[in-house]
Design a protein around this ligand. Sequence first.
Ligand code: SAM
Length: 280
Amino acid sequence: MSALHDLPPLSRVIAAHGLSARKSLGQNFLLDLNLTSRIARQAGDLSACDVLEIGPGPGGLTRGLLMEGARHVLAIEKDARCLPALAEIAAAAPGRLTVLNADALLIDPAEHLSPPIRVVANLPYNVGTELLIRWLTPPDWPPFWQSLTLMFQREVAERIVAAPGSRAFGRLALLVQWRAEARIVMHLPPGAFTPPPKVSSAVVHLTALPAPRYPADAKVLERVVAQAFNQRRKMLRAALKGLAPDIEERLLAAGIAPTDRAETVDLERFCALARAVAEG
Ligand code: SAM
């Protein structure tokens, strides 16, 4: 049996280190190691990968990642109270866990990692969405990561994988699906966490595509999509007024009826519209 299996249960770790959950840090911990190993497995074979984990807390998911064979885990945790518990895990997996006490929003993790890199995290929801958008909009593509396996509020997870015509379809779905393959791989009820949050959660697994699905300038596409969904109930000829003088012609050139609404237009046609708008 490896030393990882000999570590005490997480409830005991939390009590021993006085890790009472802080709401301000979005601390809802996963204490069931079968569950954290299941989440780690959703990230695929980690044996040849460096894993970036944001927000390890007392280390339930960190243990799962190491037990599932991750080559190396870089764990970035803002709360210094968690460091002694994480040091115990590092001692049980010599040379395989590095912990940085830092705010994940303020550091560049890529410089501490060697490819191939996979990201796995159970993060506070606001930080998770901000990091997801950052990871999807680097200056160059492909990004530093091969895949992202992330816990989200269920409603956000549904917005990430949404298809045209559904109420959840919008900016987030288009941003993600342009450059990644995304699917929901697990659902978790509030009771899976300690303390339980108010809402259900879901794990989303995203794989970076080698290149965007359809050609478009990232900034123009983002501008078109943002304006289209800003008034999602309006016809696009009205919602996109001001984007270009002859917007109706550009919509038609992209295969979109000027009377269509944003939520019915698929990614391919949004990319065609971004190209038509970029033509000047
Ligand atoms: N991964 C642990 C688990 O599954 O039990 C903890 C999950 S808890 C939802 C979120 C963790 O992220 C907490 O440990 C919190 O301290 C940490 N955290 C919050 N904001 C952070 C930030 N900006 N940078 C790094 N860690 C952060």
